[in-house]
Write a protein that binds this ligand. Structure first.
Ligand code: DGL
Length: 268
């Protein structure tokens, strides 16, 4: 595998951009490819088989683009598909894990909240993570139906988004959590509102930077970190109508981007 090959990053939709931005910050010389499977978001209400099928199609697309590593920037796809995907591909595949470990190390009240999709909370991965820290902290898991859809629409501050977040965050604050872990890659885009609603005594954390750091270390170990000294490129694809997804990706990425539609064979 060549050092200057790109890195593939994907999510059910635009949420993985919160991970992509950390990767871009930490590894500015790498070429990055991003796939938003927006036609099928949210993954949270799809079957495990469907998520595995979609993840396989996207990973195969990346392989066709000669990627040197893949980041599954989606907690739901991590829980539903990564164990099955990994043995089939001979390249570093980095997946999500909600930041329960750092939260358990930092919490003073010993109560931490985790916001995630229902499917992530029901996954084996999360049950194992939960069990690993259950004797150190009380973990209060809160499913957040509707929040992924708000981010997919780029609707980060409306009354509806505010009401949904208040409904999910107030019970956590009432149970004296001092850290809220964002266990879905869409939620960092809602962090300012989550922070405002939770109040200043609660820290809101996510795993974006930790994933970028893990990617860097895996590339270093495999000796495939880019040697370039000029900025890498970032390319975007979506499975949905580009006219629908482009404005939202541009909004969340902070510049007007070019968005391509995924080829037909990756769409079904
Ligand atoms: N960004 C995905 C995650 O981290 C959203 C899941 C979904 O589409 O339901 O879980």
């Amino acid at each position: 595998m060549h050092k200057e090959n790109p890195i593939g990053v994907f999510d059910s939709g635009v949420g993985g951009l919160s991970v992509l931005r950390e990767i871009h910050k930490l590894l500015p010389h790498e070429d990055l490819l991003y796939v938003a499977d927006s036609a099928h978001a949210p993954y949270g209400d799809k079957s495990k088989e469907f998520i595995l099928e979609r993840s396989t199609a996207i990973v195969d697309f990346f392989i066709g683009q000669q990627v040197k590593a893949i980041v599954v920037a989606c907690n739901t796809a991590t829980g539903a598909a990564v164990k099955e995907l990994r043995p089939n591909y001979m390249l570093p595949m980095i997946a999500m894990e909600p930041a329960v470990k750092p939260a358990s190390e930092k919490s003073i009240t010993r109560n931490i909240g985790v916001l995630a999709t229902s499917r992530t909370l029901a996954s084996n991965n999360f049950q194992i993570l939960f069990a690993r820290f259950a004797d150190q902290v009380k973990i209060i898991a809160q499913a957040c139906p509707g929040l992924v859809e708000q981010v997919e629409r780029g609707d980060l501050y409306s009354d509806k988004t505010h009401a949904l977040i208040a409904q999910y965050v107030h019970p956590l604050v009432n149970q004296e959590v001092d850290i809220i872990v964002l266990g879905c890659t869409h939620y960092p885009f809602l962090a300012p509102l989550i922070q405002e609603i939770a109040g200043a005594s609660v820290a809101v954390i996510d795993s974006g930077f930790a994933i970028a750091r893990e990617l860097k270390s895996r590339l270093e170990k495999a000796e495939i970190l880019s040697d370039r000294t000029y900025p890498g490129s970032v390319q975007f694809w979506s499975s949905d109508e580009t006219s629908k997804t482009k404005p939202v990706i541009s909004q969340l990425w902070g510049v007007d981007i070019h968005l391509s539609k995924l080829p037909e064979r990756v769409l079904a």
